[in-house]
Design a binder for this molecule. Structure first.
Ligand SMILES: [Zn+2]
Length: 296
């Protein structure tokens, strides 16, 4: 067994590594082969266990990570809209359950990998298991520490509910939306085809201020930062027939190469659409939004 200090150091290094892979490189989903390639001082420590929903390295006294099953019949874990995850552990898993319960008792930080599609995950960390129900064999934890502080969702005040909704929106819904939209557009800007995911956003066609749950991919467009900002401010519009339009005042302005190549040259171009038809932007939504642009 590794020392407690070494286990803590490895967990910390895993979080740093995930920051680098996921945030530093503009990640929107991570393939399981990447998650299995993690190494600590040259020693490979896979972050996922093949065919299992829980990762308990033999020389760790408690769980390192758990993942949501892609196939629903395999593990019945799920995320609810209040930002809490319920993870069912099975009878007879012996050591696996012992280590999971130890992570709860010791409040060791773990990673939760949420499957966005087959083989691809969104990481959440550090996660602290908040509850263990040994009769139902369920552990529960929030996807954000802020939610743990608020306590039971059933007894929220109005202000707490508002705060919790915002946390769920940023911590749960936004990353899923981003993963789905960037995947649909194959990781490139729909306007200029830029492929650097650290410079890409998932833009909403219709703002989702009132939205409950994750916005559908048909309300999204993968855009680079500059085109996203231009679209949000109606300096650039997209017609329901998928054509880019630049605000007429901007179109005739004289400025440097960013304005000329980055914006003016895009006028009249067709956006690049997702290959899968059911992931293409909804034309009625584009029309509604384009009316706003055209009215300026
Ligand atoms: Zn772009």
């Amino acid at each position: 067994m590794r020392s407690a200090a070494e286990q803590a150091a490895i967990r910390k290094d895993v979080f740093r590594w995930l920051d680098d892979v996921f945030i530093g490189h503009g990640g929107y989903e991570i393939h399981h082969t990447v998650l299995r390639s993690y190494a600590y001082h040259g020693e490979r420590i896979p972050l996922l266990d093949r065919g299992k929903g829980i990762r308990n390295p033999a020389d760790f006294s408690s769980t390192l990570s758990i993942m949501s099953g892609w196939k629903k019949n395999q593990y019945e874990d799920y995320e609810s809209d209040d930002g809490w995850v319920k993870y069912h552990y099975r009878a007879g898993e012996g050591g696996d359950n012992v280590k999971l319960i130890r992570a709860f008792e010791a409040q060791d930080p773990i990673v939760y990998f949420s499957a966005v599609r087959e083989g691809y995950y969104l990481p959440y960390y550090p996660i602290y298991i908040a509850e263990n129900d040994p009769v139902e064999r369920v552990v529960r934890f929030p996807l954000d520490e802020g939610l743990a502080v608020l306590g039971d969702p059933a007894s929220y005040t109005i202000a707490q509910k508002r705060y919790a909704d915002r946390l769920v929106q940023t911590r749960l819904h936004q990353p899923i939306f981003r993963a789905r939209v960037l995947h649909a557009y194959d990781g490139s800007c729909t306007v200029c085809a830029l492929r650097h995911s650290e410079l890409l956003d998932a833009a909403h066609i219709i703002p989702d201020a009132s939205e409950q749950g994750v916005a559908h991919v048909t309300n999204g467009l993968a855009m680079c930062k500059i085109h996203h900002a231009a679209y949000d401010r109606n300096l650039m519009g997209i017609t329901p027939d998928f054509e880019v339009r630049i605000n007429s005042a901007l179109l005739h302005e004289v400025d440097g190469p960013m304005l000329r190549h980055g914006l003016q040259d895009m006028h009249g171009r067709q956006i690049q659409l997702p290959e899968r038809r059911n992931e293409r932007p909804a034309q009625d939504r584009l029309a509604e939004r384009f009316a706003e642009f055209a009215a300026r």
